[in-house]
Write a protein that binds this ligand. Structure first.
Ligand SMILES: C[S@@+](CC[C@H](N)C(=O)[O-])C[C@H]1O[C@@H](n2cnc3c(N)ncnc32)[C@H](O)[C@@H]1O
Length: 208
């Protein structure tokens, strides 16, 4: 089933979702363990770092080894919340409203590119990952936390049955297969692990 929208519609959806985003993510973060995954993967980010679709800035606290941080998102409402987090952490961040499918940076501009819980909301996840691949230095790292189809068939079936409703309420395609998308974009996967009923993926990749 094709779940289509436009980037303008995504922006409008997140203008509303922004205020309740943290509250709605609480269960995933604290009970399903996403917070723990963020910490274990993203503390590896180093050097010039780009975060694509930074949302409300949940990852900033883990980016302790970066020399510079650029954070982009297509939603100004989400970026406003991320700016408050950066201020609280006294972190200097170059914030830009930008679409993941069209990153305005030169090739190989960053040592690390991170993006989390994002490809499910991208209208063109493969094009977005190709852009991350392009702007990441060939020796750099692309660090992703994504979610998708469970490896448990009963849960995967449930996700399929409710994919349309979930997309309408949350703007999220929860039955995608993140590894397929990453491979379609031509990234070289160095390590990947599945977590919590095989729903969440931590992926470390290179531009290849
Ligand atoms: C589910 S939230 C995840 C936010 C954050 N990365 C996190 O881990 O909490 C998805 C984010 O992707 C952004 N987004 C969706 N489509 C985008 C696109 N095409 N380009 C840039 N950002 C996009 C949304 O505005 C939203 O902030």
């Amino acid at each position: 089933m094709q779940l289509n929208t436009t980037n303008e519609e995504v922006r409008q959806k997140y203008a509303v979702l922004a205020t309740e985003y943290r509250q709605k993510s609480w269960f995933n973060e604290n009970i399903l363990g996403v917070k723990r995954l963020r910490k274990s993967l993203l503390t590896r980010a180093q050097g010039r770092t780009l975060e694509v679709a930074c949302g409300t800035g949940e990852n900033f606290q883990y980016l302790t080894k970066t020399t510079s941080l650029t954070a982009v998102d297509l939603s100004p409402a989400m970026l406003e919340l991320a700016k408050q987090v950066a201020q609280q952490l006294r972190l200097s961040v170059d914030f830009q409203v930008m679409q993941a499918e069209d990153l305005h940076f030169a090739d190989a501009s960053f040592d690390t590119v991170i993006s989390t819980m994002s490809t499910c909301t991208f209208n063109d996840p493969v094009a977005s990952l190709r852009e991350m691949r392009r702007v990441c230095h060939p020796n750099g790292r692309i660090l992703l936390i994504e979610h998708g189809h469970s490896r448990w068939s009963w849960l995967a079936d449930y996700q399929d049955r409710h994919a349309h409703d979930h997309f309408q309420t949350a703007g999220c395609r929860w039955n995608q297969d993140p590894l397929d998308i990453v491979q379609a974009a031509g990234l070289k996967i160095l390590a990947s692990q599945r977590h919590f009923l095989g729903i969440f993926h931590t992926i470390e990749a290179q531009s290849g």
